[in-house]
Write a protein that binds this ligand. Structure first.
Ligand SMILES: Cc1ncc(COP(=O)(O)O)c(C=O)c1O
Length: 398
């Protein structure tokens, strides 16, 4: 008898994960003596938003100390270690000048673990949730797997790839929710604080649940100020993580700032779905707040890589979005290709640069874009423009 499969089986892939696998294969195929490319380097990993640096030293040492002391590392409370929650609340107040009750902080298994909790607590199957396109693919894929409907707001350079109230007001009926991310992935562009404030007020007044993904906070380069939606709306859900600024992707710790009405519902869901985030990783995450010097040095390296790319790509004919923050560039290749998957495959094969095709982030228009991530080792990032230049010159010549 044929077995039934659930709607979760229909979730589209997160394509960047496939690109990672292809880049691993390409790297494994190269001669070990570095002779494959003129610069002597291997595959330049610009596909994934994973800092090339590991966890800050102080965070790793805190975990080592706790393990050596024989701490049992059992389950924690579903919302995490009270000391970590208090530290996150203090961080929020220090960064945004806005006090948050630690009771509103939920420690999660990365920002990724926060999304299903937030979506299940805030929305019902069939509800529609808007987001600007291009968007971070799991927003739409998780909503779809949960039976909710992602609604795309096609954004452009003109709105810094961000949603506007005018776009939202055109939706009939209005959506049940809105996801914003500033800085966003894939464009790295931001909403100005007053724009975020206006959107947060609009959502609150209209009964549209705002989910603000603030995972790239701490990584912006002075063009637009960072602001948290928690400051502007008592009903917004804020999602954040230790994966990006704190350089702790594999430790899998994130957090939410929850509105009062969702604290208990999210806690019940978290108890059932995750029990708790990994204990040892929570210990490390708490210590990461004391590693500012190392983390700021990482950020300074991203800033240098960003600056190099922003000055060297336009002369190659690549138009770069404003790139206010995160560590991504969203590049228009419409004049070169209408198939970003084939373009990125050739870029990996011929130039040894792993990049993510735009179709991952925008199913309608992504065929003419690709994303470069510049959080890898600085020397690799510095080698990218010359390789890209040769690749583009060969394509134009052939
Ligand atoms: C916008 C955005 N949100 C969330 C995540 C997931 O992060 P985490 O590692 O905390 O699960 C990512 C990861 O790349 C991201 O880019």
């Amino acid at each position: 008898m044929a077995l039934k499969s659930g709607r979760g089986a229909l979730a589209p892939p997160f394509l960047v994960m496939d690109v990672i696998a292809a880049a691993n294969r390409r790297a494994a195929s190269l001669p070990a003596d570095g002779s494959a490319f003129a610069d002597g380097r291997g595959v330049l990993r610009m596909e994934v938003g994973q800092p090339g640096t590991g966890a800050p030293r102080g965070a790793a040492e805190a975990a080592i100390r706790a393990l050596q002391a024989g701490a049992p590392m059992g389950y924690t409370e579903a919302f995490g270690l009270p000391s970590l929650r208090a530290r996150i609340a203090a961080h929020h107040e220090a960064r945004y000048g806005h006090a948050i009750d630690p009771a509103r902080i939920a420690v999660t298994v990365g920002a990724s673990g926060a999304f299903p909790l937030a979506f299940l607590a805030a929305f019902d199957p069939g509800d529609s949730v808007a987001m600007a396109a291009p968007f971070y693919p799991p927003y739409a894929n998780i909503l779809t797997a949960l039976g909710m409907k992602p609604v795309m707001l096609p954004a452009s350079q003109a709105t810094r790839w961000q949603p506007t109230i005018a776009m939202l007001e055109k939706l009939d009926p209005l959506p049940d929710g809105l996801i914003v991310a500033s800085p966003c992935n894939p464009a790295g562009t931001m909403l100005a604080p007053e724009e975020l404030e206006a959107i947060a007020h609009w959502c609150h007044e209209k009964g549209v649940r705002l989910v603000s993904d603030e995972i790239y906070h701490g990584l912006s380069y002075g063009t637009v100020a960072e602001a948290s939606a928690a400051r502007y709306s008592p009903s917004a859900i804020v999602v954040n993580s230790f994966s990006k600024y704190f350089s702790m992707t594999g430790w899998r710790i994130g957090w939410m700032v929850l509105p009062e009405d969702l604290i208990r519902p999210v806690e019940c869901l978290a108890q059932n779905m995750f029990i708790s985030a990994p204990h040892v990783a929570q210990v490390a995450a708490e210590a990461a707040f004391d590693c500012v010097e190392e983390l700021e040095a990482n950020k300074a390296a991203y800033a240098r890589s960003r600056q190099r790319l922003l000055s060297s790509l336009p002369p190659l004919g690549l138009d770069v979005a404003a790139a206010d923050g995160a560590f991504y560039l969203w590049l228009d290749i419409g004049h070169l290709s209408n198939d970003s998957v084939a373009f990125c495959a050739a870029l990996l094969d011929d130039a040894g640069i792993a990049a993510t095709p735009g179709v991952d982030f925008d199913r309608e228009r992504g065929a003419r874009y690709f994303r470069l991530s510049y959080c890898g080792p600085e020397a690799d990032m510095a080698a990218a423009p010359a390789r890209l230049g040769r690749f583009l010159a060969q394509r134009t010549a052939s």
